[in-house]
Design a protein around this ligand. Structure first.
Ligand SMILES: NC(=O)c1ccc[n+]([C@@H]2O[C@H](COP(=O)([O-])OP(=O)(O)OC[C@H]3O[C@@H](n4cnc5c(N)ncnc54)[C@H](OP(=O)(O)O)[C@@H]3O)[C@@H](O)[C@H]2O)c1
Length: 320
């Protein structure tokens, strides 16, 4: 039995749907009922607020569970509303992870898989040297700090339970939120985007590649005790990313060159420095470790993943 937290989220719901398709037994947990559980014949969903569930109650829920995939997190905060954001990140991303681990050990769970973030490594690759697992952590934002803290908590349990940590970059797919959703809207509206001069490289991860990597971590004996960076094989520049997405949407991208200092000035004027930084900086991942150790390779190329994402986005828009 596989126990998935964050079962209503972008990643967790796709994992639950994939496991259902493979007819593998699982339970999903979140506060809201996910789409995949809407018309299920047998109940595979627990409604649970992890913030207010004790490790004793969690232990009960984990009876018969072999593997936990912990996807629930405080993530994608575009407009912060918490008075004390660091405390809020700590409460869900660190303290809940610790409670779940405690319960998992008590319940005899064999493997705990944690979805962390490449943000633990840092926000941009220095001197264009790709991030790899042995580089010292460099978390910047409170979200990344909380993921790094959680990773350290998890390492402390490594003698009691098999632990696996995955550090993905930005994951894209039809229901991607935040900056990705904004890009879709801009492409569909054929807005002229002043991004043609950007010469960066960024690693991303197609949702279906992420699900495939998670399933490899569930199944492969050699995943135990490991931390893996994971990404699509190819890193892309921002103009390449937009052009490929646009192909899937069925348009050609409307990109025009704008000098970089002007772009950064626009960021300052509109208080969008962070978004401009993400569009212009490089962040490249060296994901060879997971390939070498687990013989896992992304089933989709970045081009195929982005085109599929663009196509599915249009289909979803039409269906809504
Ligand atoms: N998406 C990305 O680009 C990306 C990149 C790197 C790492 N990650 C990591 O991947 C994991 C999954 O991300 P995602 O994109 O799927 O995030 P998401 O769509 O925001 O999903 C978060 C999940 O956590 C659940 N959750 C939040 N608070 C909860 C609580 N108090 N009790 C129970 N469940 C709670 C949410 O369910 P309810 O609100 O229904 O409770 C939801 O199912 C996260 O750990 C994230 O940090 C994501």
């Amino acid at each position: 039995m596989i126990f998935i937290t964050g079962a209503s989220g972008f990643v967790g719901s796709a994992l639950c749907a994939a496991l259902r398709k493979q007819e593998r037994p699982f339970y999903g947990v979140s506060r809201t009922r996910p789409y995949w559980a809407a018309c299920s014949e047998e109940e595979a969903f627990f409604q649970l607020d992890l913030l207010s569930t004790s490790s004793i109650d969690l232990k009960e829920k984990l009876s018969g569970v072999k593997t936990i995939v912990h996807c629930a997190a405080r993530a994608h905060i575009m407009h912060e509303t918490e008075q004390d954001p660091e405390r809020a990140f700590q409460a869900l991303n660190v303290n809940v992870t610790q409670r779940l681990l405690e319960a998992a050990v008590a319940a005899g769970v064999k493997r705990f898989i944690f979805v962390s973030s490449v943000g633990v490594n840092g926000e941009k690759t220095p001197d264009n040297i790709p991030f790899h697992e042995h580089m010292p952590p460099h978390p910047k934002a409170p979200y990344a700090h909380s993921k790094w803290q959680a990773e350290q908590v998890i390492q402390g349990y490594a003698s009691k339970i098999e632990t696996v940590i995955l550090r993905p970059p930005l994951i894209y797919g039809p229901f991607a939120r935040g900056n990705f959703a904004a890009l879709f809207r801009a492409i569909q509206a054929r807005l002229p985007l002043p991004l043609a001069s950007i010469k960066n490289k960024r690693s991303f991860l197609f949702l279906e590649n992420m699900i495939s990597a998670l399933i490899a971590c569930i199944d492969h004996p050699k995943a135990a005790g490991e931390t893996f960076l994971v990404s699509d094989t190819e890193a892309l520049s921002t103009p390449e990313l937009i052009a490929t997405l646009a192909k899937g949407v069925g348009h050609s991208a409307f990109l025009w060159p704008c000098p970089m200092p002007a772009l950064h000035l626009v960021g300052v004027l509109f208080r969008k420095q962070e978004s401009i930084r993400r569009l212009t900086d490089s962040l490249v991942i060296d994901a060879r470790k997971i390939g070498n150790l687990l013989q896992w390779h992304p089933p989709y190329t970045a081009a195929k993943g982005l085109e599929k994402t663009g196509r599915n986005y249009v289909l979803c828009q039409k269906a809504l």
